[in-house]
Design a binder for this molecule. Structure first.
Ligand code: PGA
Ligand code: ZN
Length: 417
């Protein structure tokens, strides 16, 4: 079986927001891989640059004129060599040269082509025989913050987490039931609710944070009782978007309140206790490692997760490890560019007891590779919505993987520490 790269083809496609993005095909002597890049809306300051100046068109030109020639003849099996070559061609620290999303699409398509050249599925190729664990799905049910317009909660995401499920199918079934029931509740409760959903397929309704918490708590409990397993929930505060540097306060626009750092900490401790939150993402802005440390110390049975804080960047994770800031990390490969960069971070997180949460972006395509990454690298959680095409592409791929594994399939080892 030869994985020698023969051709690299790039094209413009669109994501679920109708934004242009890049798709890459890698053709090897014996196989083929295709990947397209996602895009964030509430992006971290420390993410790589998505595209060179000139956008997707400029990125396509770079692939045709530079990347394709450099990669032709290399062996797709050697992911590190491919990714190092991408960094060399780029020549900058933040992928400004060719674009982080360009690197992402090439890197992921390359991995897929290597797997395909060996007649393997991506999770088998990357994770070997030992890869048999499915992640628990964190499913976005109610949207707010930067993912919405008009009146909606200030907190960006209210996420179901069916951590008592015995299989991925059970877990995803629970999330769909929670999502549906919340839709029914909002129809009764929220005046003007028109069934609108965000890019991630979560409901957008004219409710306060407090109302959203109550709805989540009640619904998750009811569905948990109905299915006879524990169904909890969590939030993504995405607080960098709320933080006003000049005032040094978090502005809750909808609620009409402002909280300084100490008040934010107290607010979140109270919420975590009151609603038994299993998961809190980006409770503080992206430079406040210290407050992450405080919250991690003061909460029990709750994952304190860094997204904008870490931006999948190993150096930033090292800083977090040193300060015991958080105990979970969001992995979005396109925050750093290549698969190798992301796996370095995943492995570092594992070594230091951080829970890896592989994640979609709010702007995403029907690309399903992150489903394979979660299984290959034993990530206990995947955050990829409940409904909507780009989310379903990944969730259904996990169902296929679970089906494929048959009685070898296990749920991940999720510790809510
Ligand atoms: P995104 O953010 O809009 O940048 O994808 C989602 C998130 O904050 O997790
Ligand atoms: Zn986030």
């Amino acid at each position: 079986m030869s994985s020698i790269i023969e051709d690299l083809i790039a094209r413009k496609v669109f994501n679920n927001r109708g934004e242009e993005t890049i798709e890459v095909d890698v053709v090897t002597a014996n196989g083929f891989g295709r990947a397209s890049a996602p895009a964030g809306k509430s992006r971290g300051k420390n993410e790589v640059v998505y595209y060179p100046q000139g956008g997707v068109d400029a990125a396509l030109k770079k692939i045709d004129e530079q990347v394709a020639q450099e990669l032709a003849g290399l062996n797709a099996d050697f992911q590190e060599e491919i990714d190092t070559t991408l960094h060399e061609i780029d020549g900058t620290a933040n992928f400004k040269g060719i674009g982080g999303n360009t690197a992402y699409a090439v890197s992921m398509a390359n991995a897929e082509s290597a797997a395909n050249s060996h007649g393997l599925l991506l999770f088998q190729f990357l994770g070997g025989n030992a890869a048999n664990m499915l992640p628990y799905p964190l499913g976005n049910c109610i949207s707010g913050g930067q993912h919405t317009r008009g009146k909606a909660p200030d907190i960006q995401e209210f996420l179901a987490l069916p951590h008592g499920a015995a299989t991925f199918l059970e877990a995803q079934t629970a999330n769909t039931l929670v999502h549906r029931k919340i839709g029914d509740t909002l129809k009764k409760k929220s005046t003007g609710f028109n069934g609108g959903k965000s890019d991630e397929g979560a409901w957008i309704a004219n409710v306060t944070d407090e109302e959203a918490f109550e709805i989540m708590a009640k619904t998750c409990e009811e569905i948990g009782n109905e299915l006879d397993f524990e169904c909890g929930f969590g939030i993504d505060v995405a607080s960098s978007g709320m933080w006003k540097e000049k005032e040094e306060k978090y502005v809750y626009e909808r609620e009409g309140t402002k909280r300084d750092t100490a008040e934010q900490l107290e607010y979140l401790i109270n919420l975590t206790e009151k609603y038994h939150l299993a998961y809190v993402e980006d409770p503080f802005h992206e430079e406040d490692f210290e407050s992450f440390t405080e919250l991690t110390k003061k909460t029990k049975n709750c994952l304190v997760c860094g997204d904008d804080l870490f931006t999948t960047n190993n150096e930033r994770l090292n800083q977090g490890i040193k300060q015991h800031a958080g105990n979970a990390i969001i992995i979005k490969v396109n925050q750093v560019g290549t698969l190798t960069d992301a796996t370095d971070t995943i492995e570092n997180a594992q070594r230091h007891g951080y829970t890896n949460v592989v994640s979609h972006r709010s702007g995403d395509t029907t690309d399903w590779h992150i489903a394979h990454l979660a299984v290959a690298y034993k990530c206990p959680l995947i955050k990829t919505g409940v409904v909507e095409g780009a989310r379903i592409a990944k969730l259904n791929e996990l169902l296929r993987i679970e089906h494929f594994l048959g009685n070898r399939a296990r749920m991940a080892d999720l510790k809510l520490t």
